[in-house]
Design a protein around this ligand. Structure first.
Ligand code: SAH
Ligand code: SF4
Ligand code: F3S
Length: 438
């Protein structure tokens, strides 16, 4: 199994793997000995797509030397480009969309029974969003992702997700609580709620209506959950109650990833993000006044159609004003089916790359400034794993979601423990230090 794209895809791959184990398959790191190979794809930007095609180029000789090898494509690119994929990779055995993850056993068995290429990319609009018990993670580690909503109804003009993942559907709160209880029983200490747009939770598809902030309060009551996070949320669904939840819920960590995309009202409108710069800044100001030490991160797109130098400078200004601790920054990439495709992709490649470099440089400076503030401080780290690199002992994260590596405590600490760490060094988005003892 090879996975591209976001955490949703990682979670989908895990679930397909579990189902395939149940059907008798075993994992192998050597593709030469595989009976079945699946690439779980992403189509968010053109580059993600190209990676898939070049990967399949490499698989062709394998299929030639082992005609019994079953090859399939799953995920967002499969959903979007089923016929192109079948055409360009004629030796494919199946193409399945993200909604078909639970049907993987059936798909593979149909191929095994000699059915020609199997196509499985229909959305079942009647079906509620429920994750079957047998595909829940068995061995979560200290930090576990939990899907709470799928799909997206926002239709930002540049984005394929509403087309590849379909309409928004929330998962029943009782099912989410049940999964979290199981994860905690198996040793998870941190829960990260997952969805394309988590704070739209509860708007659609629930028999028992629950709003997103109510879900957070509900999870906070589950014994054993020591840290709670969520990703990704949309500014437009950010309620007053959600801000209050940050203040009220101790285990809700003081970090928020809130994509803004750009700092020009004109471009935001063309992007169909449905809010203005002022509206976003006001939301951030409210958050900071309730939760003064909240760490913020974001997504930025540069070079959207028609973006002038002035529009772009608005983005730099916004990044500086908010003071993001980190950002995911992208050059605009025109995508099939999206409304932005109708607009001329008029910013030359070099210009996009220059603007991208400028945002990266600015972000590096902001990250450095934020990092410096941790120097000499003690931070609480949830240990995720051991490490032996550079004389260090453990790796984990602090409440603000910075990676922390530290030395000391080998005979006292283990993954899943919370440890006090004194920060002695900062490099990029990683803090280094020593265990501060008990
Ligand atoms: N649901 C999340 C983000 C999903 S995609 C949200 O709305 O916040 C992750 C990021 O990829 C987006 O926030 C955006 O910054 C970027 N992205 C999406 N489509 C893109 C495109 N066509 N070109 C460049 N970046 C894109
Ligand atoms: Fe894409 Fe916008 Fe939905 Fe995020 S909110 S997944 S950017 S359409
Ligand atoms: Fe990519 Fe699909 Fe995720 S397009 S970013 S894998 S939702």
């Amino acid at each position: 199994m090879e996975t591209f794209g976001c955490q949703m895809n990682v979670a989908d791959t895990d679930r397909m793997e579990l189902l395939l184990f149940q059907a008798g398959y075993l994992r192998t790191p050597h593709v030469e000995e595989a009976d079945l190979a699946i690439v779980n794809t992403c189509s968010i930007r053109e580059k993600a797509e190209q990676k898939v095609f070049s990967l399949f180029g490499g698989l062709k000789p394998l299929k030639q030397s082992n005609p019994d090898l079953i090859l399939g494509v799953a995920g967002c690119l499969a959903q979007q480009e089923q016929s192109v994929l079948m055409e360009r990779i004629p030796f494919l055995d199946f193409v399945m969309g993200p909604d078909a993850v639970e049907d993987i056993q059936q798909i593979v068995s149909r191929v095994n029974q000699g059915e020609g290429p199997v196509l499985w990319t229909e959305f079942d609009s009647q079906k509620n969003y429920s994750i079957p018990e047998q595909t829940l993670v068995k061995d979560p580690g200290a930090s576990a992702f939990v899907n709470i909503i799928k799909g997206c109804d926002k239709f930002c003009s540049f984005c394929v997700v509403p087309y590849t993942r379909g309409r928004e559907k929330s998962r029943e709160a009782s099912e989410i609580y049940g999964e979290i209880r199981q994860l905690v029983d198996k040793g998870a200490k941190e829960i990260i709620l997952l969805g394309q747009n988590v704070n739209a939770y509860g708007k659609r598809g629930l028999q028992q209506p629950v709003a997103f902030h109510e879900l957070l309060y509900g999870i906070a009551e589950i014994p054993g959950v020591e840290r709670l996070r969520f990703t990704t949320s949309h500014p437009m669904d950010f309620t007053r109650e959600l801000i209050q939840a940050y203040r009220d819920i101790d285990i809700l960590m003081n970090h928020l990833h809130l994509p803004v995309q750009c700092g020009s009202n004109r471009i935001l409108e063309l992007m169909r993000r449905s809010h203005t710069v002022e509206w976003y800044m006001d939301l951030i100001a409210q958050l900071k006044s309730e939760v003064p030490d909240i760490a913020l991160s974001t997504d930025i797109i540069v070079g959207f159609p028609g973006e002038t130098r002035q529009d772009f400078e608005g983005t730099l200004q916004l990044m500086e004003q908010v003071g993001f601790g980190s950002s995911y920054m992208f050059a605009y990439s025109p995508r099939p089916n999206t409304p932005a495709l109708e607009m001329a992709d008029d910013i030359p490649h070099e210009e996009k790359q220059e603007r991208l470099q400028e945002t990266i440089q600015l972000q590096n400076r902001l990250t450095e400034e934020k990092g410096r503030a941790f120097l000499g401080q003690e931070v609480e780290v949830l240990i995720e794993r051991k490490t032996t690199r550079k004389g260090m002992s453990f790796k984990g994260r602090n409440p603000h979601y910075w990676s922390v590596v530290f030395k000391g405590g080998e005979d006292r600490l283990k993954p899943g423990d919370l440890a006090r760490v004194r920060v002695e060094e900062v490099g990029g988005h990683v803090l280094r230090g020593s265990w501060a003892g008990q």
